[in-house]
Design a protein around this ligand. Structure first.
Ligand code: NAP
Length: 511
């Protein structure tokens, strides 16, 4: 297959050793780690106008990371200047920009360049990457599309007929002034609980449409003082110690989440007290109190959520939406709720990531077709039938309780190990064995039974269309770190480049 058009400005190499898909935490991290090793033959393809991934895309009011700043950042790029204990979106976006700048990655990033297909060419032993800015080839592809990048809107009858304005929290419409409007926010997940308190201050009236209440705990967010920043800057081990402390405190949740959900009673007590403290109205209290075990869905920190729901201009609607009409939405009790703006905070396509629809492996098999709506990979990273392809934050790498950046860094080590093994063995092709994938996932799924995600009595997006949890890592995160610390060639077929194949030997630069 021939690439469809010439690449950007024609002066850049059309072939690279590593093609990286996405410039969020995963893609940038991969690029930086390669660059640090002197492996400069790579390009990053990013559909957005700048780097940052989810922290570039999500600009809804109140957008903030619910994992502490010191931990939600690269270990190799600490930032002593965080202004809050939990970073707000603009600060995180700026951190990623500054980090890309600092490590000299920007000129390797093809911005406004969406990858439309990636096809394995077995004869040439390389990937053919089609983008909106032309075709490229790469010996190895590292895909870092992010599990939470494609907004999901519910399929509600009549949605197209709505006469007002509709958008998703992940594609916020900044041209739409909410002041004085009648607004409905659909969903009460992590995005909604951050956006609703801000929207409530502007809207004339706000309906919050809740299907399942989240468990919400007090938020420890606060400004970081100038003295603290001075100390972090001048005495870096202190920041590393704080980072380690935050990491370990988060891991304390794992025994409850994974092995004995009863242990989560302590967290539930904290959340129940939060409701008691912040919701005086017994009727509202009943509506916001979940009936499933805490941790079954992501535990959300907020001091503003319950006070926002208690405001005069806010109504919590607990009947499901059955239909949208030009003037508003209709709930199961037959009420027409008149609104002029509907904001969906309804999450993302996670277990059916769009990337899987555009990646074709050996024999042209589509990744989504191979997965059958239950994504699986070896060590969350490699798929049988997809040689020289590594997926960051792949199946069962997700977390509810700790920093995903930790998992990403573990995967980066693993991928670098794979590239090193290819180099050492003169291999042009590395492919995980199907039996290794199956055994790994059997072991992993066997652990799911006792977890709160399986037994906690909730429906969550961690569970795929076949009823399997193919999203969350069911163990301590250091166990994942440990299993990805070194590449394990025994689980792979490593083959030399076929005679006459077009790919370069790993590590060499193709002219
Ligand atoms: P989400 O957690 O998937 O929440 C979606 C919400 O929409 C849920 O309350 C869901 O209800 C509701 N919903 C979906 N379809 C609906 C329908 N047809 N009618 C009514 N309600 C409907 O999505 P999110 O809030 O965007 O968060 C997704 C993930 O992004 C988070 O879990 C987190 O990992 C990440 N995130 C992180 C942060 C952060 O601070 N780090 C911030 C935002 C997001 P049900 O519960 O009943 O399904």
């Amino acid at each position: 297959m021939t690439p469809t058009s010439t690449p950007v400005n024609g002066t850049q190499p059309r072939h690279v050793r590593v093609g990286i898909l996405g410039a969020g935490f995963g893609g940038l991290g991969m690029a930086i780690r390669l660059q640090q090793r002197g492996d400069t033959d790579f390009l990053v393809f990013e559909r957005a106008a700048d780097v940052g991934g989810t922290w570039w895309a999500n600009t809804y009011p109140g957008c903030q990371c619910d994992i502490p700043s010191h931990l939600y950042s690269f270990s190799f790029a600490p930032n002593p200047n965080w202004t809050r204990t939990y970073p707000k979106q603009p600060e995180l976006r700026d951190y990623l920009r500054a980090t890309a700048e600092k490590f000299g990655i920007y000129d390797k990033v093809r911005l406004n360049t969406a990858v439309t297909a990636a096809r394995w060419d077995a004869d040439a032993s390389l990937w053919r990457i089609e983008t909106t800015n032309g075709g490229y080839t790469a010996d190895v592809v590292v895909a870092a599309p992010g599990p939470l990048s494609e907004p999901s809107l519910p399929d509600l009858p009549g949605l197209d007929s709505f006469a007002g304005t509709v958008f998703h929290t992940a594609t916020w419409n900044h041209d739409h002034d909410l002041r004085g409007r009648r607004v409905a926010v659909v969903g009460t997940g992590a995005s909604a609980i951050q956006a609703v308190p801000e929207i409530a201050q502007q809207a004339g009236h706000l309906d919050v449409v809740q299907r399942t209440p989240p468990w919400v705990v007090p938020h420890r967010d606060r400004p970081i003082t100038r003295v603290e920043r001075f100390l972090y800057k001048n005495f870096p081990p202190l920041q590393r110690a704080v980072r380690a402390g935050v990491y370990l405190s988060r891991e304390l949740l794992v025994p409850g989440l994974v092995y004995r959900p009863k242990l989560l009673k302590v967290a539930e007590k904290v959340a129940r007290k939060h409701i008691a403290d912040q919701v005086p109205d017994p009727e509202l209290r009943a509506k916001v109190t979940p009936s499933y075990t805490i941790g079954c869905k992501r535990i959300l920190p907020s001091n503003k959520w319950y006070p926002a729901l208690g405001r005069e201009n806010v109504e919590l609607v607990t009947d499901d939406i059955v239909e949208i009409r030009p003037e508003g939405y209709v709930t199961t009790d037959g009420t027409l709720h008149e609104v002029d703006t509907i904001i969906f905070a309804t999450g993302f396509y996670v277990t059916d990531i769009p990337l899987a629809n555009i990646v074709y492996g050996v024999d042209g098999e589509q990744l989504a077709g191979v997965w059958h709506r239950s994504p699986q990979a070896y060590r969350g990273t490699a798929m049988a039938g997809f040689p020289n392809l590594f997926l960051l934050v792949g199946p069962n790498v997700g977390l509810g309780h700790n920093s995903i950046v930790f998992m990403i860094e573990a995967q980066l080590n693993y991928v670098l190990g794979a590239l090193e093994a290819m180099r050492e063995r003169g291999a042009g092709r590395v492919e995980v064995r199907a039996d290794a994938v199956a055994a790994y996932n059997d072991r992993l799924q066997a652990k799911m039974g006792n977890t709160v995600w399986s037994s906690g009595g909730c429906a969550s997006w961690y569970i795929d269309a076949n009823g399997k949890n193919t999203t969350i890592w069911p163990d301590f995160t250091f166990a994942f770190w440990n299993q990805t610390r070194a590449f394990d060639p025994a689980a792979y077929e490593l083959a030399p480049v076929a005679a006459g194949a077009g790919a370069t030997a790993p590590g060499t630069l193709r002219a």
